[in-house]
Ligand binder design. Sequence first.
Ligand code: PSV
Ligand code: MN
Length: 392
Amino acid sequence: MTTPDTLPAEVARDISEFTLEVPSWGYGNSGTRFKVFGTPGTPRDPFEKLTDAAQTHAYTGSSPRVSLHYPWDKVDDFGELRRYADDLGLQIGMINSNTFQEDEYKFGSLTAGDKTVRRRAIDHHLECIDVMRATGSKELKIWLADGTNYAGQDSIRARQDRLAESLAEIYLGLGEDERLVLEYKFFEPSFYHTDVPDWGTSLLHVQALGEKALVVLDTGHHAPGTNIEFIVAQLLRQNRLGAFDFNSRNYADDDLIVGSADPFQLFRILFEIVQVGAHRPGSGVNFMLDQCHYLESKIQAQIRSVLNVQETLAKTLLVDLEALADAQERNDVMEANAILMDAFWTDVRPGLAALREERGLPADPFAAFRASGYEEKVAAERVGGNQMGWGA
Ligand code: PSV
Ligand code: MN
């Protein structure tokens, strides 16, 4: 194990240029299906969510975009929200559609057998595209809760056909420089079948749509034991990896701090990314966090995730690719694996701290934020009103 005090120049450059997008809902209240917990200081409107998200960016210098969820983040004037973000040094990122919280979508949205319901769901996505235009966003993110609970409940095949048709209509609504990204998840809320359960299904649909449609990989949306880095490599080969929803899972879709459950998995995923330079700006992959916090401090948790991704990215950038290729060519299993592990065990924290100071950022963003008094300040100020949370 080595502890370089400074990072190699190319690694430092890549880390400085790398950015993550944060979720507006990560700053609101959340919980489990048993209870949503309130926390003093939680934002009461999308403006306050942006104010909090700006803290993550101020301390890390690496999270300038915020994803919105619609209609959770509905405001009267999206132009005003955009200007507010701009004043904070932020941009509005992806617009996440939401067809999972209204009664009419009980039996499906874009896949629903009922034509009127399907129409409503398609129109909702077209409305999301309007929100994109008002906020300066270029990406529509779709995750569907659609599925069934019992064999025979509905035709799996007919639902795929309806999904393809609905997506095609939404796709037609996109402008030249706008994209659609389709997220998959293997179960929940449906417990028998899900209409977009895996990367293969998502890939088939986006390939049928066209080049402006790509796949979103949420790290929490796979069965235990799934080799996620394989999926990453495969989607990159097809030029269809549009975005990540990073988080950690132990059991199902746990939405925990990135890198907290399995830091080595995060390393393996990012290693597939850096080998083809997909971490660089302009690669077309949007790195996003999709977390929910109800036990831990929300801003601290977002900062911790940004730092965990940065540290892990730096480690992957330290892999000696030439030596690795050489070992692989010789089928030297032990050496090839040791090269990877050597990078994984390298302590990059001192090098990152030095880089942050060079960039005018706190060497330890996490400690600096905790000491800033911001949380106490907003807890005292944000009294009254309704705190935002799931469904709000
Ligand atoms: C679904 O579980 C999901 O991962 C989607 O990205 C949703 O938009 C998000 O969570 C809501 O928390
Ligand atoms: Mn997600």
